[in-house]
Design a binder for this molecule. Structure first.
Ligand code: PMP
Length: 394
């Protein structure tokens, strides 16, 4: 007989990585003295791995809104959206998001992961779901939940997407799934290419705007606004865990689609609704995102500076003004060693290895936020310069 627990042994590489002292995960932060810094084990480090891009998680207005909501409505919602957990606050947030995003309807979920998982409700087992090779795990999981087959096209390669669309069963529905700004590389999706093919093949387009809402486009509506192609995206998903500085997510799209998902998306039916403090924080953050476009300009200027300086040092980064700056390393262990060098130098980054990235494409992910000071940005670049030379990467 086989014990199901028998598999619960981490591979030997984990032990080696720990022995070398380069294990980068589950590092507990003790304090967050400011958005740009964290205290870990008594040391103050530059936080270079946070998706709190606009620095709103510690913003007084956002924090006060969360506190007031907890006092008025409690810390939990007490039930799923469908049953007893829906609050007028959720509906207010949905209305304000719909107006902000210029989409007919929005439904709020308890996490960005769940917003994408909710899309399983749109996917039938016979539908052709065709996604960029780098789409986030939660879009992949939606296809698994739906029992739909996901076909993946090479990252940002419309010619490959076209071949997959042509090969799809003509009687099946077609859904193209992409991220607006890819979370691991910081690259923008090729929306013009996707839009053209979607039109030609009668496909619907889903864009996960987790990393671009609040940051891209003059109005902060994300990558589709940046491209001037908002109409080409049928359904847009977002998360409150990044630019909004809290937790939660949303699906925005046509009224009938959202009304359907409210009943058929499992995250609306089988998990508790977003907590009042998080819903109120998202609402307050939305106000800041709308009223203070200079915040996104600041992040993008800071990102251009960091990516430009890392590129000038000789790292193979995509220079540009995207707040995700991916520093390619390749080998997993080398990635961990670089992470450790940076950590020792006082810079807390994210080491990404498979399955977060394709095999052999390990990278250090740096995220730049509005909370970083010029001195903190300098520390990030300087740490990379020193570590890169020590490890022979430069
Ligand atoms: N989509 C993308 C592209 C993401 O990067 C993430 C979070 N890493 C999510 C969705 C999930 O969002 P959340 O953290 O709100 O569950």
């Amino acid at each position: 007989m086989v014990d199901v627990f028998a598999k619960c042994r981490l591979p030997e590489t984990y032990a080696i990585v720990r022995e070398l002292g380069v294990y980068p995960y589950y590092r507990a932060v003790d304090e967050r003295p400011g958005g740009g810094e964290v205290v870990i084990g008594g040391r103050t480090l530059v936080q270079a791995g946070s998706s709190d891009y606009l620095g709103l998680s510690g913003d007084e207005r956002v924090v006060e809104a969360a506190v007031a909501a907890a006092r008025r409505l409690g810390t939990g919602s007490g039930g799923s959206r469908l049953s007893n957990g829906s609050l007028a606050l959720h509906e207010e947030l949905e209305g304000r998001l719909a107006a902000f995003l210029r989409r007919p309807a929005v439904m709020v979920t308890s996490a960005g992961y769940l917003a994408n998982l909710a899309l399983a409700g749109l996917m039938g087992p016979r539908d052709a779901v065709i996604g960029d090779a780098l789409v986030h795990a939660c879009l992949i999981d939606a296809t698994r939940l739906a029992g739909a087959r996901l076909r993946r096209y090479r990252h940002n390669d419309p010619a490959h997407l076209e071949r997959l669309l042509e090969a799809a069963d003509p009687r099946a529905g077609r859904l193209i799934v992409t991220e607006g700004m890819f979370s691991t590389s910081g690259a923008l999706c090729d929306l013009p290419g996707i839009a053209k093919l979607a039109r030609a093949h009668g496909a619907r387009v889903v864009m996960d705007s987790a990393h671009d809402v609040g940051l891209l486009g003059a109005g902060g509506r994300g990558a589709a606004e940046h491209h001037g192609l908002e109409q080409a995206v049928d359904v847009q998903t977002l998360t409150f865990s990044k630019a909004f500085g809290t937790i939660g997510g949303a699906v925005a799209g046509p009224r009938d689609v959202i009304a359907y998902l409210r009943h058929y998306a499992r995250p609306m039916v089988f998990t508790a609704a977003l907590s009042p403090p998080c819903a109120a924080a998202a609402l307050a953050a939305l106000e800041v995102i709308t009223a203070e476009p200079e915040r996104r300009a600041r992040v993008r200027a800071a990102a251009a500076r960091v990516s430009g300086e890392l590129a000038a040092l000789g790292f193979g980064v995509l220079a540009g003004d995207r707040p995700v700056v991916a520093v390619p390393v390749g080998d997993d262990l080398l990635c961990f060693r670089l992470w450790r060098e940076l950590f020792e130098a006082g810079v807390f980054t994210t080491a990404m290895i498979p399955p977060g990235v394709p095999p052999g494409e390990a990278l250090i992910r740096v995220s730049v936020t509005a909370a970083h000071t010029g001195a903190q940005l300098d520390r990030i670049v300087e740490a990379f310069a020193v570590a890169g030379r020590r490890l022979g990467l430069l």
